[in-house]
Design a protein around this ligand. Structure first.
Ligand SMILES: Cc1ncc(COP(=O)(O)O)c(C=O)c1O
Length: 373
């Protein structure tokens, strides 16, 4: 069997530290340790005195309590802390499936689960979010893809790369499809809290059906990707099974990250971090929008509802990976290629940065696009 690399993360590994401007990051500009700890000398000094030991392998109690509080009806035993959502997704795929099981995923999407499913030898089917209807769910395709051999339906909500938030009837349709065959729902909800068009946080799939594995992370809505803290919220017997795999992979996230994430998710600090992210997203999007609207013959798009990225259709006769490579070489600006999300002729452009950075990036991109017209 041929190994399928994780295209998006692979290109990010190669280029993100090399370019002048990186617009591939779907979270906002990260917060510094100094900003996070501002006004809390006590915590700063506690961190200095912390022994660099293994913490609780499943996450320190304070962190698991704060995570559980984000999910109606969850308790800390429903939570396993992982090294990013990336580990959480991987462990779920290792734990919940057997060879030959069918996995149903969205397209376009962040293709971690898709790639893992193929690499582990599963039968993978997709259903579309439809670009022609503002990324609404194609429930006919969903229902056609889900059959008796389907063990897992995986989705990202709010979606990466489109920033689309599923409606309540769409969430119900996904639950009904899973329930019809007894499949698990892997709900990757790492952009929950990073809403642009609404104050309300995107509702979780947790609590809508008894076979939900909800994944979250400090990386996106909280601006803390360097902590490498993610989590799974699941029924306790699943948490135990997933935890047994965690011991084989990373054993645990670091003690410092556990303490910092617990602090970031505490009731006093969390709203401040979410507001900071929403400010970046809400101030950055209009900069992208006014640039795209100034050349409407070149771009079409549905404004993203959440996250710091938009998925944009460009009307030029060039493949998206090729265009991404030209932008790196000729403008030192790095954007996501539509190919990495399963849709050519699109770019995923991040806007969770300062206005001056965005304006510089867009004028560099503009010069390359003009040379192609
Ligand atoms: C949908 C989705 N899930 C998971 C991840 C990985 O997140 P983490 O940094 O928490 O490992 C990403 C990162 O881009 C993502 O977009």
């Amino acid at each position: 069997m041929t190994f399928i690399p994780f295209d998006l993360e692979y290109t990010q590994s190669v280029w993100e530290q090399e370019v002048d401007i990186n617009l591939t990051e779907s979270g906002v500009h990260p917060i510094s340790l100094e900003q996070l700890l501002a006004g809390n000398e006590q915590l700063a000094s506690k961190l200095m005195r912390t022994e660099l030991n293994y913490p609780h392998v499943n996450g320190i109690p304070e962190l698991r309590d704060n995570i559980a509080a984000l999910y109606d009806g969850a308790v800390s035993d429903n939570v396993l802390v992982t090294v990013g959502a990336a580990e959480a997704n991987n462990l779920i795929m290792n734990t919940m499936l057997e060879p030959g099981d069918r996995v149903v995923t969205q397209t376009p999407t962040y293709k971690q689960v898709w790639g893992l499913a193929l690499n582990y030898g599963h039968d993978v089917r997709s259903f579309r979010l439809q670009s022609e209807s503002g990324w609404a769910l194609d429930s006919d395709e969903l229902n056609a893809a889900v059959d008796a051999s389907t063990k897992l339906i995986a989705l990202v909500n709010p979606n990466n790369p489109t920033g689309y938030i599923l409606t309540e009837p769409e969430m119900d349709a996904i639950v009904a499809a899973a329930d019809r065959v007894g499949a698990w729902i892997l709900a990757d909800e790492v952009y929950r809290g990073a809403e642009r068009v609404q104050e309300a946080e995107t509702p979780s799939f947790w609590g809508r059906y008894d076979k939900v594995l909800a994944v979250g992370s400090m990386s996106k809505a909280y601006g803390l990707p360097g902590l490498r803290i993610g989590w799974v919220v699941a029924p306790t017997n699943c948490i135990d099974d997933i935890w047994r795999r965690h011991e084989y992979t990373t054993i645990t996230a670091t003690v410092l990250s556990n303490i910092l994430a617990a602090y970031a998710l505490s009731p006093d600090v969390r709203p401040r971090l979410l507001q900071r992210s929403r400010d970046y997203i809400r101030n950055g999007f209009p900069v992208l929008q006014s640039w795209m609207d100034s050349q409407s013959d070149l771009f079409s798009y549905t404004p993203s509802m959440a996250s710091a990225v938009s998925f944009i259709r460009y009307h030029l006769d060039i493949n998206s990976t090729e265009l991404m490579e030209r932008l790196i070489r000729e403008a030192s600006v790095f954007v996501g290629a539509g190919d990495s999300f399963g849709m050519d002729r699109h770019l995923r452009i991040a806007f969770g940065q300062e206005r001056s950075v965005l304006e510089d990036a867009f004028s560099r991109i503009q010069r390359v696009l003009e040379s192609l017209q």
